[in-house]
Design a protein around this ligand. Structure first.
Ligand code: ZN
Ligand code: ZN
Length: 265
């Protein structure tokens, strides 16, 4: 990459989650090559009760994850933060409320991955009430996530669009704006996640429209590639920086030990 100063990439995965490749040291190496000064490892957190085991490390592997991050930090390549992406799902709270503070994370991403929106087929027509219901269910979960106070940054905020199904502006406003108000009130951040550019959605999570509503509410942002392979770290950050500026942002959030500061980008 060139002499541009990139914001940190605060969303990356590792081979421990069974659907990504590379370990933190590999991400650090590619990040350095691409001119990123800082990344966060944020692999999918282990979960008890067999919640979605195909997409996450099991608890006994967690020590390998932690050691992998420590090893990457010791390379002296770019700065590597110790983070995690923790799913919100019904019943997760007692476990996460105990487990998260036991770790010395720099950053905790909160996400909702549950919902029927994965099965959408962009070639089909869906009635508005059907789409509205799916969005409502997802954003109800997201609001519950916010209310737990357990997370720092919301990952891929408008994930239900993943399969490329559009929703009307009226539905968007009705469902998304109260959620953004809750995020602002909770003092949480949201990320600009560039992986959506490569999904049928064809745009970042969140959309430029939602990003500007977030900016109006002074919700801090981070940047995340959601890389599931080391070569994708920092992917499309020029595009994301441009979108953030157009939405009105001049600063992005940095985290250390779950404390936030804002830096210009
Ligand atoms: Zn993943
Ligand atoms: Zn995710």
């Amino acid at each position: 990459m060139s002499s541009i100063v990139y914001p940190p990439d605060y969303h990356t995965h590792t081979e421990l989650c069974h659907h990504a490749s590379g370990m933190p040291v590999d991400y650090a190496e590619f990040a350095e090559l691409k001119g990123l000064e800082e990344i966060a490892c944020t692999d999918h957190a282990p979960a008890p009760w067999k919640y979605d085991p195909e997409h996450r490390m099991v608890s006994p592997q967690f020590v390998r994850y932690r050691d992998g991050v420590l090893k990457a930090q010791a390379t002296g390549k770019c700065r590597v933060l110790y983070g995690i992406e923790a799913d919100y799902y019904d019943g997760c709270e007692p476990y996460l409320a105990r487990w998260l503070p036991e770790q010395s994370f720099d950053l905790v991403l909160g996400s909702v991955h549950t919902g029927d929106f994965w099965k959408f087929d962009a070639r089909r027509e869906y009635p508005d009430p059907f789409i509205k219901n799916l969005w409502r269910v997802y954003f109800t979960q997201l609001q519950k996530l916010v209310r737990t106070g357990l997370y720092d940054v919301i990952a891929h905020f408008d994930l239900p669009k993943r399969s490329g199904i559009g929703i009307t502006d009226a539905i968007l406003r009705e469902i998304v704006i109260p959620t953004l108000d809750a995020v602002a009130q909770a003092g949480m951040g949201i990320e600009i996640n560039t992986s959506g550019l490569h999904h049928p959605a064809g745009e970042t999570y969140p959309s430029p429209q939602i990003l500007s509503w977030a900016c109006e509410r002074s919700i801090p942002i981070t940047f995340g590639s959601d890389a599931h392979s080391p070569d994708r770290v920092g992917n499309d950050f020029e595009t994301a920086m441009q979108l953030a500026r157009e939405a009105g942002y001049t600063h992005s959030a940095r985290y250390r030990q779950r404390q936030r500061t804002l830096e210009p980008f």
